[in-house]
Write a protein that binds this ligand. Structure first.
Ligand code: SF4
Length: 336
């Protein structure tokens, strides 16, 4: 079992409490972006192409911790930008752990040595390394040669020091599913704890010129995901919940739950979701109350047409658990 038992029970209690109190919309994972600055310029990234205004700002440690308290989600995913360029990334992680949050630090791996020298392994903490595919494909997507090797070395260093390590693979058009499957299998040999895989989101900020070149539509994404899973084989441990996994395999339809993964960035609480930016709110409760949730999701909004992102759909499975799903998710939590 990788997630401590106490934390698993706390998360189950949190979901149960929300359901018993009749709260239909509650957060599960806080997507915290203390800075949008990044030391890479990945081809498909919409975050680095946001308005200039956001790049000149970063959240203080106090603002980050206040955001966690305000929203109350049991899991915090620290992303960006590249969170390791934030000077106090270690204090942010430590503050989240002091609040007993399951804490994920997403990184492109370039500054991993800095992180390994300032953080301590903790069963409630995991690095999440961005790794989009085999060497050639990954370096192409991040637009810099040598980054794949930096990530692989960083993973091995982190494992040697006793850290939990997850990888996050975003699937773009043209990726070889077999190559990705083999890579995931190789990551198991390196001791990686689990892998997240999901199709890329069609960021408007990336521009329509690249739209058809790098982003997949739903059917293509499902076919690619199936190919990855088949090539990876049964030994790969996925961090995707079983329900989200079925959704990506095209076995289950789900409606998006954008409030499940609310985003706090240097401008405030971002609405309506991690991927779309229609505005920012000063308070979490204002974002929850003033967003017209019915206007978003597949079939309800053209901007959502190709979205199959975990930030929109992981929470959907948890929010509408059937008895058989409950059994599957308990098994999955014990395996992760
Ligand atoms: S489907 Fe949901 S998560 Fe995806 S872009 Fe639309 S609102 Fe955001």
């Amino acid at each position: 079992m990788r997630v401590p038992m106490g934390l698993t029970i706390d998360m189950a209690k949190y979901v149960m409490k929300q359901r018993l109190t009749g709260n239909k919309r509650y957060p599960l994972v806080l997507m915290l972006e203390p800075t949008e600055l990044c030391n890479l310029t990945c081809t498909g990234c919409g975050k680095i192409r946001q308005a200039e205004e956001i790049h000149g700002k970063r959240m203080s440690v106090e603002e980050c911790l206040a955001a966690a308290d305000e929203c109350g989600a049991p899991v915090v995913s620290i992303a960006g930008g590249e969170p390791l360029v934030h000077p106090q990334f270690d204090q942010i992680v430590e503050g989240m752990l002091a609040r007993n949050k399951l804490t994920l630090l997403c990184t492109n791996g370039i500054l991993i040595k800095r992180a390994l020298s300032r953080l301590t392994p903790d069963p409630r903490f995991s690095f999440v390394f961005h790794l989009d595919g085999p060497r050639e494909h990954h370096d192409l997507m991040v637009e810099r040669k040598g980054v794949f090797d930096t990530v692989m070395n960083g993973i091995q260093e982190a494992k040697k020091l006793g850290f939990k390590v997850t990888t996050n693979t975003t699937l773009y058009k043209g990726v070889d599913p077999k190559g990705v499957g083999n890579l995931l299998s190789q990551l198991m040999d390196l001791g990686v704890d689990n892998c997240i895989v999901s199709p890329a989101f069609t960021y408007e900020e990336v521009g329509s010129a690249l739209d058809n070149e790098i982003f997949m539509r739903r059917r293509e994404a499902v076919e690619t995901f199936r190919g990855v899973v088949e090539s990876a084989g049964p030994r790969v441990r996925y961090y995707d919940t079983p329900m989200f996994f079925d959704f990506l395999l095209g076995k289950k339809e789900m409606h998006c739950t954008p409030w499940g993964n609310p985003t706090r960035d240097p401008l405030g609480w971002k609405g309506p979701c991690y991927l779309l930016t229609d505005g920012h709110y000063g308070k979490f409760s204002d974002m929850m109350e003033n967003t017209e949730w019915e206007e978003f999701g597949y079939g309800d909004n053209p901007r959502c047409a190709s979205c199959m992102m975990h930030s929109g759909y992981e929470a959907s499975g948890v929010a509408r658990l059937s008895p058989s799903d409950t059994f599957r998710i308990i098994k999955w939590m014990f395996a992760n």
